[in-house]
Design a protein around this ligand. Sequence first.
Ligand SMILES: Nc1nc2c(ncn2[C@@H]2O[C@H](COP(=O)(O)OP(=O)(O)O)[C@@H](O)[C@H]2O)c(=O)[nH]1
Ligand SMILES: [Mg+2]
Length: 367
Amino acid sequence: MSTPEIQKQIDDAIKDAVKGSGKVNVIVAGKTGVGKSTLINSVFRGELAKTGSGQPVTQRIEEISKEGHPIVIIDSKGLELKDYEKIISELRDEITERSQHHDENKHIHVAWICIHEDGRRIEEAEQHLCEMLKEKGIPVIVAITKSRSDNGFREQVRAALPSAKAVVSVRAIPEQIEDDGEVITLKEKGINELITETAKLLPDAKQRAYANALNSRHTASTKLKIEQAEREVNIAATAAAAAGATPIPFADAALLVPIQVGMLAKIGITFGMETSTTALTTLVTSALGAGAATLAGRTVVTGILKMIPGVGTLAGGAIAATTAAALTKGLGAAYISILTSFIEKNPGKPLDMDLITSELKNKLSFS
Ligand SMILES: Nc1nc2c(ncn2[C@@H]2O[C@H](COP(=O)(O)OP(=O)(O)O)[C@@H](O)[C@H]2O)c(=O)[nH]1
Ligand SMILES: [Mg+2]
């Protein structure tokens, strides 16, 4: 393969990884002040719902989205008002219009209905909304917000909104209460459960985008990111094994490059990289060497071979299916461990791609 050919394959692999991740569209509805924006900012990375970032869609609905971020929030305001039916019908129209779109990235995938625990009331508005979403086939999670003590409210919600797939009590920000002069801090709660329950309702094809969007400060986010990244590695290893079914002459190891580049890009996306082609191209090419010319050579292969005990001795021969798979798995595992240790040390922080890239380079012991 010539250098321009390999460069094109690398570019295509990265574009596929970005485009293939798609968008996840979430309806978040509830009365004003129940804590919708706070919840969105806790669950997702990048202060998604910081005031003012929304674009009005209709009078009562706004769309919150951010460049390089795969989550789109459909936020509604005024569910507490007498004419709440107007919001429900605007939401219904929005769901219908989106569901008719040929592009699956427009569809609504899940809805959160937020109910304030303090009020201990389930309104007609919330019941009607839940029914409408059920009719439209949108799975619903009810988040009981600003939760302090449940006192049976969760059961009451379950009974009143039986079509909800899950009811989760959450506290999106810590709170201090005073009791007889003693200050007690109530920590955040329920966010991990909300993250996990939402993941269960999303199709497989959306799991990479969802993992990307999650704020790494929650343990459930880390878990989902690692699980998804491991799936990406297994898929790539299977593809590499297929490529190596006819043993690949060592000099042609570049055949594996697009598979491994795609895998690295997908793992990077899973862990929260901005989903932009340019950012990922920089990551991949600088991690794997100076660019297509180096990738075409033996550098990548020998670098990875060194990580796999016993395989290094194969040098000079051909790469067979098992070696191709092992190389790919080795590279994937190395990258996952670097990213995992970064987010565990820097929970909630954006990925420092320079640092991560240089750690990957070190691990692959390129000279
Ligand atoms: N104590 C406490 N306050 C919260 C919690 N979630 C939100 N808030 C506060 O409730 C107010 C309204 O929250 P906001 O997210 O803007 O509500 P929205 O109108 O539904 O988007 C803000 O002052 C938040 O800081 C929570 O879990 N506990
Ligand atoms: Mg809000």
